[in-house]
Design a protein. Structure first.
Ligand SMILES: C[S@@+](CC[C@H](N)C(=O)[O-])C[C@H]1O[C@@H](n2cnc3c(N)ncnc32)[C@H](O)[C@@H]1O
Length: 370
């Protein structure tokens, strides 16, 4: 069978590109190049499957279908007709085309999407808009009159690992939690404490990393609907991933004052298969034992914006900084929060390591060596 090599692109949230590149390099991918909004790399079907199976910090993995210069709609239609649609999309699949355009003559993104959809429909025999079939997302990007068309191989976003059934008031994406643990170089062998854990995302992602559990092992992907899907290859990769799992020996503790969110955290941990290695405790900030071996204490406290601002927040952040400094000496401390008065209230010793995007809000990752 002819072995295709694809131009692949792992999409990430802003700020997570570097950790995603590290993940791809560790997976042995070729031609890993850091870009804005993600990381490009190369590979065949096996690499594509492995990227979806293993990437913790990415949002989706795209395959480049084609790229060409283009300045009018008839040209777009003609050039899109020449793309190898049938390699990725079965006739009858419902195609959703999303377009963006910057600094290009073709600016009407709705019309760009329609044009590409028409070309794909013609190549695939016209039956692409039928309801009820599986969805296939196609992304079209115009920049400086260059058109790039990609097919999404992931389907549901990769942060949806499949374990989170219940959420708290402002949960963070699993990919962001995992990305932060990697940005902090947490080695998955030292204790992890989240004193305001909500639905437990940091702790559960930490447990999955510690166990070397492939984050995508339980879920389905868009590539499973493609004409050349190789279920046998996927099965082999799943078996290899299962056999690479290892026991977790460190403490992974999530605490929160709200028993309802902790119940959600416990349910999620159990669905993720990490309930035996995680501990969730109802506790007011500053209460609860601190593990003897130093590790990482991190949290994503309320910001006010999404959770309802009140003057007590500044006090809460002051208290948080004080507790980190007094109770977690020798630990690495991290807080994800917006710049400004809340970050300042953490007090001395905290430096902003990075800017990240949490649910559309720009936040800083503040880190202290305590
Ligand atoms: C933004 S949420 C954390 C979301 C979490 N990272 C997740 O993924 O679900 C902040 C959490 O801090 C908790 N919290 C607020 N004040 C607290 C306090 N004084 N002590 C303990 N927990 C507190 C809230 O109950 C809430 O669940």
């Amino acid at each position: 069978m002819k072995k295709y090599k694809f131009e692949l692109f792992a999409v990430t949230a802003p700020g997570l590109e570097s950790v995603c590149a590290r993940e791809l390099t560790a997976l042995g991918m070729a031609e890993v190049v850091l870009c804005k909004g993600g990381v490009s790399f190369q590979g065949g079907l096996e690499e594509l499957y492995r990227a979806n199976l293993w990437l913790r910090s990415a949002t989706r993995v795209l395959v480049r279908l084609g790229a060409f210069g283009c300045r009018d709609f008839p040209d777009l239609y003609r050039k899109a007709l020449r793309l190898p649609w049938g390699r990725f999309i079965k006739p009858g699949t419902r195609i959703q085309v999303k377009a963006t355009s910057h600094r290009s003559r073709l600016q009407h993104t709705g019309r760009i999407a329609e044009t590409v959809q028409e070309s794909a429909g013609r190549v695939l025999g016209g039956a692409v808009a039928s309801d009820g079939g599986p969805d296939q997302l196609v992304l079209v990007r115009f920049e400086d009159d260059q058109c790039l068309i990609s097919v999404d191989s992931s389907g549901e976003l990769l942060h949806r690992r499949g374990y989170r059934q219940k959420i708290g008031a402002a949960p963070m994406r699993e990919s962001l939690a995992a990305g932060i643990l990697m940005l902090l170089n947490w080695n998955a062998r030292a204790p992890l404490v989240d004193p305001m854990c909500g639905s437990g995302t940091f702790v559960i992602e930490g447990a999955l990393m510690g166990m070397r559990r492939a984050p995508g092992i339980e879920r389905r992907f868009a590539f499973m609907q493609w004409p050349r899907y190789r279920p046998g290859l996927w099965q082999v990769l799943q078996i290899q991933a299962r056999s690479a799992e290892q026991p977790v020996e460190m403490s992974l503790i999530g605490r929160d004052r709200d028993p309802a969110v902790l119940e959600a955290a416990s349910c999620n941990a159990s669905k993720a298969g990490v309930e035996a290695v995680t501990l969730f405790q109802t506790a007011e900030l500053g209460t609860g034992d601190v593990p003897e071996q130093p590790g990482l204490v991190l949290c994503n406290p309320p910001y006010g914006g999404r959770l309802g601002h009140d003057g007590a927040l500044i006090k809460l952040y002051r208290q948080l900084g004080d507790i980190y400094r007094s109770d977690y000496r020798g630990w690495q401390g991290a807080v994800l929060c917006p710049d400004g008065p809340l970050a300042q209230a953490l007090g001395g010793g905290f430096d902003r390591l990075d800017f990240l995007d949490n649910g559309g809000l720009e936040v800083g990752l503040y880190v202290a060596h305590l």
